[in-house]
Ligand binder design. Structure first.
Ligand code: MIG
Length: 805
């Protein structure tokens, strides 16, 4: 009997009818047959090593029961492929052509060695592998894998942990941040209702994680989309990864963490620079009724003088939940609404679900049937799911023609003035009476010609939906940067879409959890994520709402969203002082935008996430192995959000070096532990000594703020029009040796984008500016500030004389 509470089953039948139960039974029958058809067997080791042959950048090892290809595809990226097994289509990889790497190989006793400039790998005769990074001081052992076991179609790989080893990432996880001791599954899943700490699996787990111990850090990515399970040494002292089918293929990348992410995103691609508007505040809600409701929201923002960047339309705007349709009674003139909003600087974002309503009078369904764009089990029957529109067909986004077909409907939204698209329910989710809320495993997918089951395609489904959307947006609107938001996805999807943490509960523990989730996603290659401010499912009180809002203001994705039936959550619904505090918080976000935008540019260059755990920057400090209650935004800001009710101060572990309170310029010297004031209207925020922080003032003027210190941080400023692909400008600063009391900076400017101001105010904090000069010409100084005349395409030397009494 299905394992589901009778009460839930009863409610489901009441809401959705008996056909719902019948569909679930049918699904169960199909899945049972699918599982019966899969081979089983006792676990088998690779056995004896029979033969070794050279490959262009590596070697092929033939064992009695398995084969291993080992390639060093970039001097710091090694790929291992254990066969047999079905390969995963190479969707995750951003490019296929890797120049040949010089690999040295030799044999020592029973051990075969491979070596590049950054890596050394030992292959033992039983199939166990040892992974080293090459350092000037010698080689450091980062990881060992025991000989993998194959049982039926499954692969099981065990890796002994190093003492004190921690694990991070695995895509979207519900905490704790350090996964040591946890067991997690990779199978994209709508957890249903709402979720909190420890829920597993979520919408977007990804088989990529970082390990860190005394000898260093590394990252491992398993390129296998079948269901998998990761046991991070819960009951033993080894990590176990098991895959239900496919090849055992993966990539090993040596640390430190910033290098891991740089190489991992060279492999799987980097998130492109988003349009500037997407970095502002978004307002959303499931249950906005009609145009009047939306107008009132926009009007509320205007009246209360709260800058808003975007409004999202949830499924309520559609006609009977038919994708690419608009309900003409409740939204009679979407283009006009979009125009009105645009006039107040607000973009419109609309939701799309993959499920297409089965309705013979609905052209999207009809053309999908005609063009065979839906997944099915036998090439004809497309009525396979049940979602918001009722019985629904699911597009096969893993087919090139299916992606183009789907994209061909985007003009319907774009022509209505929609600026961004939000992809929901793409795990894919299918309403079932019990069991796994997704499609039957035996359904057939194209997988770009390779062909395969939903068992293999499931985790790739959202990824390819976002690819379809991204490619449509690039083609249809080549002058604008696409903006897509997705609930589910897989490795490499950072190239196409942002992600949010889905249907969270409304509670303080969940507020804390979302920070761990976002930090873990950053280490999995996803720089743009965030959570529903206030939590999805409940109605937060003003305090929880404010603390959530303050934290989200320093996260990449800054959006208020909530479930239907919760209390309204626009800022003014909380009264004063909440409105004023939220206004000040939005202004903090806008003030930081030049810095955040520069971090976004940097993410596109290096793969570094905007939000970083402290261990990213301070890997030697053992206090930070589990720390996810504060974080670094870039390399110059340390954010210590308030995560507990009633708190008026915030304690934190301070990393080494000089730090300044952003609000008072009070100076602290780490390492140590400090307690910062945190009344309700204050987000505790520290600036790193040596930071040259680009900020915007209330008049939209770009400023530089210098906080004295011995090493320069945040010494970059990226500027452009905020959308499109035209000229940009990069200002970069480097520290040079100066005279006593002098801070000497080399300022180089490149790129053709003209800054809209002729001078940049430079403000010095926690010291007085005695004098300043640019290329020897002295600049007027007043109140610890001066104005730097802007130059283009060239280098100048800036000299600052500071006094710190
Ligand atoms: O079955 O579109 O996570 O943000 O408001 C729920 C309605 C479907 C789930 C999304 C949520 C959205 C909701 N959706």
């Amino acid at each position: 009997m299905p394992n589901v509470p009778l009460k839930t089953l009863y409610e489901n039948i009441r809401a959705r009818g008996w056909s719902f139960v019948w569909r679930t039974l049918q699904r169960d029958r199909m899945d049972a047959a699918f599982h019966r058809s899969r081979p089983s067997g006792d676990p088998l080791s690779p056995g004896a090593l029979l033969e070794v042959a050279p490959l262009p950048s590596g070697q092929r090892f033939t064992f009695e029961n398995a084969g291993l290809e080992l390639e060093i595809i970039d001097s710091a990226i090694a790929r291992f492929t254990w066969i047999p097994g079905v390969p995963t289509p190479p969707y995750a990889l951003a490019g296929a052509d890797w120049p040949e790497v010089e690999v040295r190989t030799w044999i020592e006793g029973e051990v075969h060695w491979l070596e590049s400039s950054h890596l050394r790998i030992a292959v033992h005769a039983d199939g166990s592998l040892h992974w080293y990074s090459r350092l000037p001081s010698g080689a450091a052992l980062l990881r060992s894998d025991l000989p993998p076991q194959r049982a039926g179609e499954c692969w099981i790989s065990s890796s002994p942990t190093s003492p004190g080893e921690s694990f991070y990432g695995l895509g979207e996880q519900s905490g704790p941040f350090n996964l040591r001791g946890q067991v997690r599954r990779c199978w994209n899943t709508d957890p249903g209702g709402s979720y909190g700490p420890g829920a597993d699996p979520l919408y977007m787990p990804i088989p990529v994680y970082a390990g860190k111990h005394a000898a260093g850090a590394y990252l491992i990515f398993y390129e296998n989309s079948f269901p998998s399970k990761f046991d991070f040494a819960s009951g033993s002292d080894s990590v176990q990864a098991s895959f239900e089918s496919g090849q055992l293929r993966g990539y090993f990348i040596p640390g430190p963490l910033p290098r891991c992410l740089e190489h991992y995103t060279a492999l799987t691609g980097r998130a492109p620079l988003p349009p500037l508007w997407s970095l502002g505040l978004h307002q959303s809600r499931w249950g906005y009724k009609d145009e009047a409701d939306i107008r009132q929201v926009a009007e509320g923002y205007r009246q209360h003088n709260l800058p808003l960047s975007a409004i999202h339309l949830d499924i309520d705007y559609m006609h009977g939940y038919r994708v690419f349709s608009v309900d003409s009674h409740r939204f009679p003139d979407l283009p006009r609404l979009a125009d009105e909003l645009a006039a107040s600087g607000i973009r419109l974002v609309t939701i799309l679900d993959p499920g297409v309503k089965v309705d013979s009078r609905y052209d999207v369904f009809r053309s999908g049937l005609e063009q065979r764009s839906f997944v099915s089990d036998d090439g004809s029957n497309a009525d396979i799911g049940l979602v918001w529109p009722g019985p629904s067909a699911y597009p096969d986004f893993t087919a090139p023609a299916g992606r183009r077909w789907w994209g061909s409907f985007y003009p319907r939204l774009l022509d209505a003035g929609v600026a961004g698209i939000w992809h929901d329910m793409n795990e894919p989710t299918n309403f079932v009476a019990w069991g796994d809320p997704t499609l039957p495993l035996s359904l057939r997918h194209d997988l770009d010609g390779q062909g395969g089951s939903h068992f293999q395609a499931h985790n790739l489904y959202a990824f390819q939906m976002n690819r379809a959307g991204y490619e449509a947006l690039r083609t249809l609107r080549p002058q604008r940067r696409p903006w897509l938001l997705s609930r589910s996805g897989w490795a490499g999807q950072q190239r196409y879409a942002w992600n949010w943490t889905g249907d969270t509960e409304t509670s303080w523990p969940v507020l804390r959890m979302t920070l761990a989730t976002v930090l873990g996603l950053g280490l999995s290659g996803f720089p743009y994520t965030g959570s529903d401010i206030g939590g999805f499912s409940g109605s937060p009180d003003a305090e929880l709402m404010l603390r959530w809002f303050q934290l989200a203001a320093l996260m990449p994705f800054f959006r208020i969203h909530s479930a239907a039936g919760t209390s309204r959550r626009e800022p003014w619904t909380f009264g004063e002082p909440a409105i004023s505090i939220m206004r000040a918080t939005i202004h903090l976000r806008l003030r930081l935008l030049p810095y955040i935008y520069t971090l976004a540019w940097n993410a596109a260059q290096t793969g570094a996430p905007l939000l970083r755990p402290l261990l990213w920057e301070f890997p030697q400090d053992e206090r930070f192995g589990d720390t996810s209650d504060c974080f670094l935004l870039g390399d110059a800001l340390l954010v210590a959000p308030v995560l507990d009710p009633g708190a008026v101060t915030r304690k934190l572990l301070l990393p080494e070096g000089l730090w300044y309170d952003f609000w008072s310029a009070a100076r602290f010297e780490g390492p140590g532990e400090i307690e910062l004031p945190a009344p309700l209207d204050r987000l505790p925020l520290l600036v790193r000594g040596g930071a040259l922080l680009p900020l915007k003032n209330a008049g939209d003027v770009l400023e530089l703020h210098y906080f004295p210190g011995s090493t320069l941080h945040a010494a970059l400023l990226y500027s452009d029009l905020g959308d499109g692909y035209a000229d940009s400008r990069l200002d970069s600063f480097t520290r040079e040796p100066g005279a006593a009391g002098e801070t000497r900076l080399r300022w180089s400017a490149t790129g053709g984008f003209p800054l809209p101001q002729s001078g940049i105010p430079l403000v010095v904090h926690a010291a007085s500016l005695v004098s300043a000069s640019l290329d020897g010409e002295s600049l007027p100084v007043q109140d610890a500030a001066t104005v730097l005349p802007v130059h283009s395409n060239g280098e100048k030397t800036l000299s600052l004389m500071l006094s710190t009494q």
